[in-house]
Ligand binder design. Structure first.
Ligand code: C2E
Ligand code: CA
Ligand code: CA
Length: 404
């Protein structure tokens, strides 16, 4: 082959299927290798460093989900497609779990694989931001290597940075606000994602100190970025914050000092956290709402008593878990859930944000069902505070829904 477009590694326990995909990939000008068991797969992964991986989910020796987990621990940067004969629902769940392991999962390639779909996958460009994904504080066995002293050091040295992801109005396409997402900018380990240290910091009782720095940075960013004036800022707070009786008072003082209007601040708390101690949550949310802050229920739809919670607690916004948006194109269940959540929320006078919007089709669907706001990679990936001003300026002259 003169010029290869890349290298694709196929793991399928059925040799004839692997061979067929290889031939199709070669036709598309990629080098291809197919293997039939995970041992051979991981050897080829290290020795051959593929640009693309096609993975069967159901294999006798090891299931596909375990292979995905291992790929996550190894910091695999290849673009991955999951192939399987199972239904879309199982495929969707596997895709979600792979994304959670920090992998670049392009999508699903249900069997029998069609040439056009294979080409779409093999010719797609990789995640533009892979650097963040694989610098993980895990060793080869997948064990966490972050200690209490590491986190205390990070707090002392102020190593936490915020990046911001825009949220838009579905009907008009206009920006309504930004969600602040924390990263740990570690001097030797690189950028560490929040799912590696937030829960640990909660267990170690250190989350309050991180939240303080997050709020402080978000407010400073807001007052030093005139382009975002009048937009909302969403800040994630942890379940542990509910136990901090002084939090609402402290936040009030911080906002007054920075002269940031309180009605622009949205505190996001996960559904599971709010469920854990509903009395504490009721106390805290009531205090926050009385002071003028907004409260959003995050990751909505994956907890167990979502509906009861909605009726009981004084939320102003519902943020539907990204698993629904990420599967809506292929799953009629997700469509029904999204539509019903939007209707229900509107009946309760709440606004709805759907996150995890990765393509135009999903945004169109949300617009059709009357969803209020959307957030996700299709609109923008989270970006540094300095990039936001440029992003806003660049985006303005374009047609409202011409986002990509
Ligand atoms: P979350 O609040 O549900 O935040 C949304 C997550 O989805 C973010 O991951 C964001 O980067 C990602 N995301 C946004 N759009 C898309 C999309 O279209 N597709 C996909 N696949 N993902 C998308 P991130 O930044 O890794 O944050 C993970 C979680 O860490 C957050 O989930 C939140 O629970 C927690 N977290 C982040 N920052 C903070 C913080 O400052 N304090 C606390 N307590 N928790 C935080
Ligand atoms: Ca959130
Ligand atoms: Ca969420």
């Amino acid at each position: 082959m003169n010029q290869s477009r890349g290298r694709v590694l196929i793991l399928d326990d059925e040799p004839s299927i692997g061979r067929m995909i290889s031939l199709m990939a070669q036709e598309l000008q990629l080098e291809a290798m197919s293997v039939t068991n995970p041992g051979m797969f991981f050897t080829a992964l290290t020795a051959w460093v593929p640009t693309h991986v096609i993975l069967d989910l159901i294999m006798p020796e090891m299931d596909g989900v375990e292979v995905l987990q291992q790929l996550g621990y190894k910091g695999c940067t290849a673009r991955i497609a999951i192939s399987s004969g199972v239904g879309n629902r199982v495929l969707g769940a596997a895709q979600l779990s792979a994304a959670e392991h920090g992998l670049d999962v392009a999508g699903l390639l249900p069997k029998p694989i069609k040439m056009r779909e294979l080409q779409e996958f093999l010719y797609s460009s990789p995640d533009p931001n892979p650097a963040e994904r694989h610098k993980k504080p895990f060793n080869e066995q997948g064990e966490m290597t972050i200690t209490r002293a590491d986190i205390q050091g990070a707090i002392r040295e102020k190593q936490f940075r915020l990046i911001y992801q825009p949220k838009i109005n579905c009907a008009s396409g206009r920006i309504t606000g930004f969600e602040a997402l924390v990263r740990w900018d570690h001097p030797t380990k690189g950028l560490i994602m929040p799912d590696r240290f937030i829960a640990l910091s909660e267990r170690l009782g250190l989350i309050g100190l991180i939240t303080d720095q997050v709020v402080d940075q978000a407010l400073n960013w807001y007052i030093s970025t005139p382009e975002v004036e009048g937009q909302s800022i969403s800040i994630n707070i942890s379940a542990k914050t509910l136990e901090d009786q002084d939090f609402s008072y402290w936040l009030d003082v911080m906002c007054n000092r920075a002269a940031v209007p309180k009605e622009l601040i949205i505190l996001e708390i996960t559904e599971t956290a709010a469920l854990d101690d509903q009395l504490l949550a009721l106390d805290m949310f009531t205090r926050l709402r009385m002071k003028g802050f907004h409260v959003s229920i995050d990751d909505f739809g994956i907890g167990t008593s979502s509906l009861r919670l909605l009726a009981r607690l004084p939320f102003s916004e519902i943020k539907v878990d990204k698993s629904f948006a990420m599967t809506v194109v292929k799953s009629s269940e997700s469509k029904i859930i999204l539509q019903s959540t939007v209707d229900l929320s509107h009946h309760l006078g709440l606004s709805v944000v759907v996150e995890g919007v990765e393509d135009r089709e999903t945004l169109d669907f949300l617009q059709e069902i009357g969803c209020d706001m959307a957030q996700g990679y299709h609109i923008a990936r989270p970006m540094s505070g300095e990039s936001i001003a440029n992003w806003i300026l660049e985006r303005q002259p374009r047609a409202i829904f011409n986002l990509s």
